[in-house]
Design a protein around this ligand. Sequence first.
Ligand code: OGA
Ligand code: NI
Length: 186
Amino acid sequence: TPQQCREVTEEYNKEILKLTDKILELLSEGLGLEPNTLKSSLGGEDIEAEMKINHYPPCPQPELALGVEPHTDMCALTLLVPNGVAGLQVWKDGNWVAVDCLPGAILVHVGDQIEVLSNGKYTGVLHRTLVNKERTRMSWAVFIAPPHDKVIGPLTQLVDDDQSPPKYSTKTFADYRYRKINKLPQ
Ligand code: OGA
Ligand code: NI
């Protein structure tokens, strides 16, 4: 509820899944693999899209607080739309770099599961958010993730024992999440 919100969200979900397919195809090709490789490794049509709406109220002392602490997203991809208030920063070459708000743009983060599948050829982006003194910031994030019981590890096509040994262990997404949330070694 409200009904209109449901309809808009369902429509958005359809478009997000189309965009996801396209991005995963391009990322697969970037690894020199068949276009469907990453999608099928993430569960194919069982891939999940989970929306989180972030709400950052104005903060009287923004220099003393963060909206979200530095982290990488544990999903495969994040598709993010902010409300036009800046605040997102990404870690690049040893500095926090502010991400511009481009009207109509969707920000795409590579998440942990793509890093694992690609055996580190793609790396999850470290990011954080600042708060704003005057304005409320909101962002709509869709996390694209495998089903919980899907086993994720470096793609066998990208691994060989001599030249490129696996850099990550293989485990279910549920196990990965549990370890990350509880700060256990992966
Ligand atoms: C997140 C996140 C960034 C933002 O929800 O994981 O990093 O811009 N959000 O709100
Ligand atoms: Ni995030």
